[in-house]
Design a protein around this ligand. Structure first.
Ligand code: CA2
Length: 145
């Protein structure tokens, strides 16, 4: 099985600024941890980051026939991208929305996700480990169904 892990705008900057919000872990660290966990569980991951809405949509469309789940941190697109929501809506695999920070403790504009209503579930505020929990959940739920 392959799992697509998608990260949206500015997440390539993790670990360089705002460590009080996002921690000191870089996106490369997260990718390494996820590849290790995926290998331990016998699955492959495709790990993609883009600052561009269209690239995220193209990636979803290109992978949709070959993946068993999507783990996505859409970054600020979370709060307003109906285009990414529509692309995800066309996919029939589990979709987990991940946020490193607890968006509900932050500015009001971060409290609303246009992705959440079409996602299988959401993890927010558990730091970079939220990605690993999302991966475990997708693999556990797929194994039990
Ligand atoms: O908490 C999250 O994971 C977010 O998806 C992160 C997004 C933010 O717009 C969402 O509301 C919540 C932003 C990521 C920006 O990350 C940076 C990290 C370090 C330096 C600059 C940006």
């Amino acid at each position: 099985m392959r799992i697509l892990v998608l990260n949206g705008p500015n997440l390539n900057m993790l670990g360089t600024r705002e460590p009080h919000i996002y921690g000191a872990t870089t996106l490369a660290d997260i990718e390494r941890a996820m590849r290790d966990r995926a290998a331990a569980r016998g699955v492959d991951i495709d790990f993609v980051q883009s600052n561009h809405e269209g690239v995220i949509i193209d990636t979803i469309q290109q992978h949709q026939q070959t993946i068993g789940g999507i783990i996505i941190n859409p970054g600020a697109f979370t709060h307003y991208s109906y285009a990414i929501r529509d692309a995800l809506s066309a996919v029939s695999v589990p979709i987990i929305e991940v946020h490193i920070s607890n968006v509900y403790k932050r500015e009001p504009f971060r409290h609303h996700s246009v992705i959440a209503p079409i996602a299988t579930g959401q993890i927010a505020g558990l730091g970079w480990r939220g990605y690993l929990h999302a991966l475990d959940w997708v693999l556990d739920s797929t194994a039990n169904t």
